[in-house]
Structure formats: structure tokens, C-alpha cells
Write a protein of this length. Structure first.
Length: 269
């Protein structure tokens, strides 16, 4: 009976922890910290389901690579701020960087100051050619990147991708998780499309991660959009939220919605 009671208690505590994690993610996603404009994208980006799929826990050290303005940070940071750690591997900036990178980094850093919404968050730098030490080696439980792989490939090709996934592998603990969300190019498409469309082939991303030493643990269709054929005049930017064609066929692209995306969970052995 004693053993049974212990098993029941352990199961109850496990369920409670799961509910607590789910509640933390839900609370962050629904928080007033997020703007109505940001929340409107949830329909396509499914942040709660995505983060649960990756296995986010409040006690984790989480590195978000290239967080931009903080769309996902608004959810990630509140989940881990009390019992874990959030690290933003943001733009690498030097004297040759353009104003966009400088302003974006400065704006993000301002949000980490006392009294601001990311107070106490750590900001490091990432560039697939210039800055690969995104956090202390072997210290991260989870590395996440959302819709960024195409940027590294378009700018730096295979070398940039190899460097990026190598950096993520180095940052993670053994057993740590790499979560990747990326615009998906059909496998039947010409590889050349990856150089300018903003879409990447799933097979290419998986091969790059495995080359770095990762194992694919699981994939999810949570961010899939079967209405998107990945063949648009201005690539992925033709679709919302960018709508690069402005008013041309606007209703058509709004009806498609945001891009079809792969959601891949890798593990460092």
C-alpha cells in the first residue's frame, strides 16, 4: 500500500507540474504585456502549442536565437524568469553594421533594463560567421529559433548553416533540446528556391542538424498551412504579415494566411 501511495503521489505531482507548465505558458501568451497586434498572429504561429511541443519548462535555461523585436520573448521570458533563465542571442553589431541592426539591438536591450518587461534577461550576440558563443558551452536546456534559418542560408550558404547548428550544439547540455520553426519548401521544388524565397526544405534542415550532432526527436504539424504552396512572386514575404505586394491580390494572400512551417524538435545526445 505504501508503494502504491508513493506511485500515486508521484503521478499527481507529475500531472501538477504539467498543468503548472501549461498554465505558465498560457498565462504568458494571454498576458497584457503582449499587444493585440502580436496576439493576432497566434492564429498562425500557435505559440502555446509550439512551446509545449518543444517541452518548455519554467526551470530551464532557454536561449532564443535572433529574437528580433521580441514576439516570442514576450511569452518565453515570463515563463522562465523566476526559476530559470532567458538568454537572447541577438544581432551581432560592430562598426560596419547597418542602422537597422544597431537600432533593433538597442531597442531590445532597453527592454532588459530595470523596470522594463525583460528586466534581468541576458543578451548575447549571434552571427553565423562572426559570433558563435551564444551562451556558456553546455549550459542551455533549450535553444529555440523561429523563422530564421532561411536568413542564415540566404546570406552565408551552407557554411553559415553549419556554423549556426554547430553553435547551438555547443551551447546545449547533453539531453538539451533544439527547437526549430521554419518556412517549408516542398521537397519537389528546385533547391535554388532556397536561395531567395525564404523557404527551406525540411530534408536540408534535418541534415544540417544531424551533421552538427543532433538527433531528430519529433516533428509536428502544428504550424503547417496546406493552403500555402510556397510559390509566390516575392517569396514568403508575399504572404502576411509582410504582404510585399501591398494591395495587389491582397485578399488572396490574406486568405492563405502565414506560411506553411515545419516544426522540428532535436535533441543533443
Amino acid at each position: 500500500m505504501k508503494k502504491l501511495a508513493q506511485l500515486v503521489l508521484a503521478a499527481t505531482l507529475g500531472m501538477s507540474a504539467g498543468y503548472a507548465t501549461a498554465d505558465a505558458i498560457s498565462d504568458a501568451a494571454m498576458s497584457d504585456v503582449r499587444t493585440a497586434k502580436a496576439k493576432a498572429r497566434d492564429e498562425y504561429r500557435n505559440p502555446q502549442q509550439t512551446l509545449r511541443f518543444f517541452g518548455l519548462q519554467p526551470n530551464m535555461t532557454v536561449v532564443e536565437v535572433s529574437p528580433g523585436g521580441g514576439w516570442y520573448t514576450d511569452i518565453l521570458y515570463p515563463v522562465v524568469k523566476d526559476n530559470g533563465q532567458y538568454v537572447a542571442a541577438h544581432f551581432y553589431v560592430d562598426e560596419n553594421s547597418n542602422d537597422y541592426y544597431k537600432k533593433a539591438l538597442a531597442a531590445f536591450k532597453q527592454k532588459t533594463e530595470a523596470g522594463e518587461k525583460y528586466q534581468g534577461a541576458t543578451v548575447t550576440a549571434f552571427d553565423p560567421m562572426k559570433a558563435l558563443d551564444i551562451t556558456e558551452a553546455g549550459s542551455a536546456d533549450m535553444v529555440l529559433t523561429f523563422r530564421n534559418v532561411h536568413n542564415w542560408y540566404m546570406r552565408h550558404g551552407d557554411e553559415g548553416i553549419d556554423n549556426a547548428f554547430g553553435a547551438f550544439f555547443t551551447a546545449l547540455k547533453s539531453g538539451g533540446v533544439l527547437g526549430v520553426v521554419e518556412h517549408e519548401l516542398p521537397e519537389s521544388a528546385d533547391d535554388e528556391a532556397m536561395k531567395k524565397s525564404g523557404y527551406m526544405k525540411r530534408s536540408y534542415v534535418i541534415a544540417a542538424a544531424e551533421k552538427a550532432g543532433f538527433k531528430l526527436a519529433e516533428s509536428s504539424d502544428v504550424n503547417a498551412n496546406p493552403m500555402d504552396n510556397a510559390n509566390h512572386p516575392k517569396g514568403v514575404w508575399t504572404l502576411p504579415p509582410r504582404l510585399a505586394l501591398d494591395d495587389q491580390d491582397r485578399e488572396k494572400y490574406l486568405a492563405i494566411g502565414e506560411s506553411n512551417r515545419m516544426t522540428l524538435k532535436f535533441v543533443k545526445p
